[in-house]
Write a protein that binds this ligand. Structure first.
Ligand code: HEM
Length: 160
């Protein structure tokens, strides 16, 4: 294995870690924090602070996924493992990733009104965010599965 192969290993590692941080973090949010908060409301200050911290995790994860994903794509597409089915699944995976990036961007779009909670209504805003978190989580789970499909297709392409 040459130095470039080791660099690719490191890039895969970073890509997988960022994916785990985002999707795993969202699972924790949906499966642990949300039910606990439904039972005992932590108050706005705590829930806002958790939201702010997690958002910065997600923002970093998105940047890492985009950069490392681009390198992985170039490396995979220049190999004989990249068959037509491989490319088709990769396109779907990237489109779903773009949908996730877009959804995160939409939730945190600054509102034009001076007080967004009053302008949109606290409930509608909360519901929109909830729908956004769930959509991102479910899509992330699907993207994880597609990454495994890609791995299998690539191996099969190499073995031809
Ligand atoms: C929503 C964000 C994303 C998630 C959750 C995600 C998740 C993953 C996971 C879990 C892997 C497997 C890593 C491993 O086993 O070492 C992977 C591989 C990969 N990802 Fe992503 N990814 C995301 C975004 C992207 C983007 C934006 C690109 C391209 C620009 C990309 C391109 C790739 C490629 C080419 C592979 C290698 C697939 C193979 O095994 O042939 N990913 N991704």
């Amino acid at each position: 294995m040459g130095i470039l192969d080791w660099i690719l290993v490191a890039i895969r590692w970073v890509h997988a870690l960022a994916a785990v941080a985002w999707v795993g973090g969202s699972m924790f949010y949906a499966l642990v924090l949300r039910p606990v908060w439904r039972r005992s409301n932590p108050g706005q200050e705590v829930s806002r602070a958790v939201g702010t911290e997690f958002r910065s995790v997600v923002t970093s994860a998105m940047a890492v996924l985009l950069i490392s994903g681009t390198v992985l794509t170039v490396s995979r597409l220049t190999s004989k493992g990249a068959t037509l089915p491989y490319v088709a699944v990769l396109v779907v995976k990237i489109l779903l990733a773009v949908y996730m990036f877009y959804t995160v961007w939409v939730w945190h779009r600054p509102s034009k009104a001076s007080d967004p909670d009053v302008a949109e209504g606290r409930w509608r805003r909360a519901r929109r965010r909830l729908a956004g978190t769930n959509a991102v989580l479910i899509t992330g789970v699907v993207v994880f599965g597609l990454a495994d499909v890609l791995d299998a297709l690539f191996e099969r392409g190499l073995a031809r």
